[in-house]
Design a protein around this ligand. Structure first.
Ligand SMILES: Cc1ncc(C[n+]2csc(CCOP(=O)(O)OP(=O)(O)O)c2C)c(N)n1
Length: 698
């Protein structure tokens, strides 16, 4: 192999390789590793996980362009140094200093991250950046960029669902992604032979991704291979998997005893043959680039430099307890606006179609990604049919994998700060994406505000069928098609959860949700897609809510975190009903029937946003009525409804004249398919009416 170490081939985009600088970076990684390992042993901080044996990753990064994106894992200190040149960062994070560039001392050491340097935020969850990295690649491809993203994982990481979601993303869409598997032979105590069958490169090639095995203990071979493979990607030939053979020179982490699971001979053999720093030093001497004695001189210089840096870092401020709630969530500040377009009576489905078309109109890179969404039908419910008709290629059908779907939208939004929309066909099936969703919501906190994930997840939720439960036939959605969703999403710190009840709110809130820099889950109740306004038992439309079936043309937004207070009847309210989604319609029917019979007024508080919910509106409604019912379509287990109920007990106790009531579906897995059981499962207007009567008699 010949490598021009001053200028690479003209066809490549990487900077000319400075081999002495590369060597110094690798030595810096090793010396930092050894320093931090010792400091951990001295009890100076709680944890360290090192890079020894993986330093040739500096050569991989050297073969990339500075504008390329990196998705690293915890062994990639050398990659960090090669990209950033920042020797302070790893020390700052180990010592938890507020100056730490990766999380301001909030995350464990070795969790590389920097928005400025285009390094995605490493998770402790092995492999978990995979779906996000695919999303970045997807966005680069849509922007017709020459940039690519490199994603790394260990051999253990290859077995994760996240890695497999990434693999399918890159293979199906031919994304500009370089996947580097850093195979050091171990995943804690597990040998790599249990992570996959056959040869990894055969597996990858069989799946449509070009793959090569590379000796990562040979730095120049690693550089040469990466340069070639990067050209393969940039020339439009599709993604690449590089299976990099390495050795692990230390124990898994500071919490592992190497001798407890590895044989002495194997450790000695690995140390003697698989040390990339030693091998590269020898290569440089053999090729006359340095003298033998330079090796120790460089090591000593680097050590002295690091000790000076460490002394400075130790003077820097440590986090204080007061900041513990900073950067949990960012709810957009609503800009007051009056809808100007002509109003037309509409369905929620039409309103959602309009909102998505508005977003596409305003942002040339906005897209909806999900199962069947690009078909002429516009997804199984037709929410993207306007997009499909009016905008080419903005509703994109995905493989059947919810984690893959969420990853595409999440990663794509991260690099340009604009919300991209994932559609999950039925909320029940979000479960395979649960980890990616939770992590998307955690990133802001984990990285102390450095990275945002403007991810918009839309999903059909709630009981099957059309219209309010009280006025229609049964749904038959059963398991897999009728869960509500809020019991999952509202427990995720950092996640905004919205559940509109009317077409007007659906459009305005969806448009506002696309402005959020924190992830949003938008729960669309299937029953409400085509529902008309609710009626009382005599068939009269309930005017107080019916007006929200009139939807203005064009763009308007509604505030996230604000409830809508609906007064049914005249005068002060005698009961406040706290609800959302389909239950708003049921509550209105119940309230109208009581008020028609007995006069007075009942207040229905439609939360609209569930997380964060409008505590002020709830407290004000309770203060006025002194009686309250929380109604939820969720099963009666630990639900969002229970959370609101508990919040009222804790915060509004002295405003209550009676026990705060709670109505929910039954504590069973989901609504059964057959009619008698389904009807028995859900609360309806009748259930609510009976509870109101009970409260009024108390
Ligand atoms: C999803 C997940 N499962 C389990 C763990 C615990 N764990 C931390 S590191 C690790 C081994 C990872 O092995 P590999 O990907 O081969 O990387 P290596 O440490 O060998 O470089 C495990 C199981 C984790 N962090 N994440």
């Amino acid at each position: 192999m010949t490598i021009n170490t001053r200028a690479v081939e003209t066809s490549t985009t990487a900077q000319p390789l400075d081999i002495l600088a590369l060597y110094r970076t690798m030595v810096t990684a090793r010396v930092t590793n050894d320093l931090l390992k010792t400091r951990k042993t001295q009890g100076r901080f709680p944890f360290y996980i090192g890079c020894a044996g993986h330093e040739s990753m500096a050569a991989v990064v050297a073969a990339l362009d500075e504008s390329d994106w990196l998705s690293l894992y915890y062994r990639d200190l050398a990659a960090w140094l090669q990209r950033t040149g920042d020797i302070y960062g790893p020390l700052r994070e180990a010592y938890s200093r507020t100056t730490g560039p990766m999380g301001a001392g909030r995350n464990m050491p070795s969790h590389y991250s920097s928005k400025r340097q285009r390094i995605l935020p490493t998770f402790s969850e092995v492999g978990a950046l995979g779906p996000f990295a695919g999303g970045v690649g997807f966005s680069l491809q849509r922007h017709q960029s020459k940039e690519l993203i490199m994603y790394t994982a260990g051999d253990g990481g290859v077995a994760t669902n996240d890695f497999n979601a990434l693999f399918r993303q890159v293979a199906v869409h031919k994304l500009p992604v370089l996947i580097v598997v850093e195979d050091n032979g171990w995943a804690i105590t597990a040998a790599s032979s249990i992570q996959w069958g056959g040869r990894l490169v055969d597996w990858a090639r069989g799946g449509g991704v070009y793959a090569e095995e590379v000796d990562g203990t040979d730095t120049m071979a690693t550089y040469e291979a990466t340069t070639r493979l990067v050209e393969h990607i940039r020339s439009g030939q599709g993604p690449v998997l590089m299976h990099l053979r390495l050795g692990l020179l230390d124990a898994h982490s500071s919490s592992t005893d190497i001798k407890s699971y590895r044989k002495k001979e194997e450790i000695e053999h690995t140390t003697a043959t698989k040390d990339p720093v030693k091998n590269f030093g020898r290569w440089l001497v053999e090729h006359g680039n340095i003298q033998e004695e330079d090796i120790e001189r460089i090591r000593k210089e680097v050590r002295a430099e690091l000790e000076r840096a460490e002394s400075q870092v130790l003077q820097e401020p440590e986090p204080t307890a007061e900041r513990v709630m900073q950067y949990v969530i960012e709810v957009p500040e609503w800009r007051e606006n009056t809808p100007r377009g002509a109003r037309r009576q509409s369905t929620m489905l039409a309103a959602i179609n309009e909102a998505l078309a508005e977003l596409a109109e305003r942002d040339p890179y906005f897209f909806v990604y999900g199962q069947d969404v690009g078909s002429p039908k516009g997804g199984v419910f037709g929410a993207t049919s306007t997009l499909v008709t009016k905008f080419t290629d903005r509703a994109i059908s995905s493989p059947l994998n919810e984690q893959l779907i969420v990853g595409i939208a999440a990663g794509a939004g991260m690099i340009d700060g604009k919300a991209r929309c994932a559609e999950i066909q039925f909320v029940d099936y979000h479960q395979s994406a649960a980890q990616t969703i939770r992590l998307a919501a955690r990133i802001l906190y984990q990285n102390y505000g450095d990275w945002h994930v403007p991810l918009l997840i839309r999903t059909k939720s709630g009981s099957g069928g059309g219209g309010p439960i009280s006025s229609s036939t049964v749904g038959g959605g059963a398991y897999g098609h009728s869960n509500t969703g809020e019991q999952w999403f509202t427990t995720i710190p950092g996640m905004i959860t919205i559940c509109p009840a009317t077409p007007f709110d659906a459009k305005g809130l969806l448009l506002e949700a696309a402005r959020a820099q924190s992830p949003v889950t938008f729960l669309e109740r299937g029953r409400l897609y085509r529902s008309e306004p609710p009626k009382d038992s005599h068939g009269n439309i309930i005017a107080a809510i019916a007006e929200y079936w009139n939807v203005p043309d064009g763009y308007y937004t509604l505030p996230i975190g604000k409830a809508r207070r609906l007064r049914i009847g005249e005068g002060p309210s005698s009961v406040a009903i706290i609800c959302w989604g389909t239950m708003v319609l049921e509550a209105c029917t119940a309230a109208a029937d009581i008020v028609n019979r007995e006069g007075g007024a009942i207040e229905v508080v439609d939360l609209r946003t569930l997380a964060p919910f409008d505590e002020e509106a709830v407290a004000a409604a309770v203060r006025e009525a002194n009686r309250v019912i929380v109604v939820t379509e969720e099963a009666d287990l630990t639900s969002f409804g229970r959370h609101v109920h508990s919040w009222i007990v804790q915060n509004c106790f002295y405003d209550l004249d009676g026990t705060p009531a709670f109505i929910s579906a039954l504590p069973a897995p989901a609504a059964p398919y057959n009619a008698p059981e389904e009807i028995a499962f859900y609360p309806t207007a009748k259930t609510i009416e009976a509870k109101i009567e009970e409260l009024l008699e108390e």
